[in-house]
Ligand binder design. Structure first.
Ligand SMILES: Nc1nc2c(c(=O)[nH]1)N[C@H]1C(S)=C(S)[C@@H](COP(=O)(O)O)O[C@H]1N2
Ligand SMILES: [Mo]
Length: 481
């Protein structure tokens, strides 16, 4: 496997093509990918690129046995597209095209070697067996070199980061957060009140999880501030940390979807860092930036109004998993992740909505992303067959930073009936609920809705996730025996 020792945020041409593709993804395609492939969307994209590469390589191989010029032209175009993708990545440097040049040189070498071999053997270039050999040779060469370079990304740089995660000691907090008694309604199949780190949903534009070594990590505060600040990992860990339970939520979640999760986060309040920097009057947005170039634009007010907006370093008592932003990320109650929850955080730019926009805003998603009241039925599953009698219908409901006051269930076209709510740790988290349904035989539809702490009933009208979050009630159908 080809392994070069350069270090950069742009690991390989294959991933660069993927990244450039993701950056140009229109909202409908993002929604389609998340809907159909869920959190496997990246594997699907990488596989797709791999398949296209192999097909193109085969085509080049095929052409080379008849028309070498055409094969070379196609080869150069392929390399040029990859080079364009590599150089368009955030923080791209000139050396990032190096692996591509090496790969291209190898590919060309193999192509020529095969042709020379065929000529030496005096083979008729169009003979089927020779053509097949040439085709396989060239195809394998180009594909192997490019895919080999992709492999570097999976193996390189992870060890130091793994060691740093293991050495992490949870900072002391004045008020440790615990799960309140009765938070869980105790129905099997309901999403756990606290979602374990390994089961937590993951959404981001990163094809390969960024491996950020905390010893070289820095967080900078820039823009409309009295003094720009740079803090390193040690300094961050020495700050007075807080713990907060916050339910994170993705704007791409469909009605009934599970792109959300609840965790206990440990971190330093963003407002304390911003206060040190001295925010200028007139600023209304903080553009948080990730090492991978992703940005989120959050209202300055949401970061300074006293809510638990954290620069989080721990999730459920452990260092953030690499996939969830190690060494540090933002978590802001009440806002969808795309406008707040920047992972692998490296910069907070104090600015205005007039001047700057987060990653998803020019791609068809709203500038502001307050979470909407939602509720979901976890059990029974839609299409389930249950026995007549008492059936526990249960799930979760959420309206972060407002709170859930009531959950109601409707059977077929019947009246809305109150469900029993589990305890809530605070208004920033979801609540479990359970409804004891006296099920009678036949086919039935069960629908859920929530009422938030402001008294507002969940929006009934069906709307898709784009541009600012899905609405509508979650319904399931069950058969009662
Ligand atoms: N660097 C980076 N941070 C990011 C994103 C991203 O694409 N890149 N996606 C955001 C979105 S859309 C969501 S919903 C949350 C998801 O956080 P999780 O993967 O820890 O659940 O991360 C946010 N932070
Ligand atoms: Mo998201």
């Amino acid at each position: 496997m080809l392994r070069l020792g350069w270090s950069s945020g742009t690991p390989s041409p294959v991933l660069a093509v993927g990244g450039a593709f993701i950056d140009r993804t229109p909202p409908w395609l993002k929604t389609f990918a998340v809907d159909n492939f869920g959190t496997h969307d990246k594997q699907v994209l990488l596989t797709g690129i791999g398949v296209v590469l192999v097909l193109l390589s085969l085509l080049i191989g095929l052409l080379s046995s008849r028309r070498m010029t055409a094969a070379l032209v196609l080869f150069v175009v392929l390399v040029a597209v990859a080079a364009a993708a590599v150089t368009s990545r955030p923080h791209a440097r000139a050396v990032d095209v190096l692996p591509l040049i090496v790969g291209a040189a190898c590919g060309l070498g193999v192509l020529r070697w095969w042709r020379d071999r065929m000529l030496l053997a005096g083979a008729e270039p169009t003979a089927p067996t020779t053509r097949r050999t040439a085709l396989l040779g060239a195809g394998a060469a180009v594909g192997a070199v490019l895919l080999g370079m992709a492999g570097r990304a999976w193996s390189g740089g992870t060890r130091a980061v793994q060691a740093a995660r293991e050495a992490f000691v949870l900072p002391r907090v004045a008020h440790p957060v615990t799960v309140p008694a009765g938070a869980s309604v105790g129905v099997p199949g309901v999403t756990p009140y606290i979602v374990p780190n390994g089961e937590f949903y993951r959404i981001d534009t990163a094809l390969v999880v960024p491996q950020v070594d905390p010893s070289s990590w820095q967080l900078r505060v820039t823009g409309m501030v009295d003094h720009e600040i740079e803090i390193d990992w040690e300094t961050l860990l020495s700050k007075p940390m807080q713990q907060a339970m916050i339910t994170l939520m993705c704007v791409s979640n469909e009605v009934g979807g599970n792109l959300n999760g609840n965790a206990i986060w440990t971190g330093w309040p963003v407002r304390d860092l911003l206060a040190q920097a001295g925010v200028h009057p007139g600023a209304d947005m903080v553009l948080s930036r990730s090492v991978d170039g992703f940005t989120a634009g959050s209202p300055l007010s949401a970061l300074t109004d006293g809510r638990n907006a954290l620069i989080a370093v721990a999730m459920n008592g452990q260092a953030l998993p690499a996939a969830h932003g190690f060494p540090a990320r933002l978590v802001v109650p009440g806002l969808y992740g795309y406008v707040s929850a920047t992972k692998w955080l490296t910069e907070l730019k104090v600015t205005t909505y007039a001047r700057d926009a987060g990653y998803w805003t020019p791609r068809g998603w709203s500038e502001l992303g307050p979470v909407k009241t939602s509720s979901r039925i976890d059990v029974p599953q839609s299409g389930a067959k249950v026995d007549a009698g008492t059936v526990a219908v249960a799930g979760v409901a959420w309206h972060q930073h407002v709170g859930i006051a009531k959950v109601q269930v409707q059977v077929d076209d019947g009246p809305w009936q109150d469900a029993r709510l589990g305890a809530a740790a605070n208004i920033d988290v979801w609540r479990q609920w359970v409804f004891e349904w006296h099920a009678t035989s036949g086919h039935h539809t069960l629908t859920v809705r929530a009422v938030d702490d402001s008294g507002a009933i969940q929006i009934a009208a069906q709307a898709p996730p784009a541009p600012n979050g899905a609405t509508g009630y979650h319904s399931i159908s069950v058969t009662v025996r």
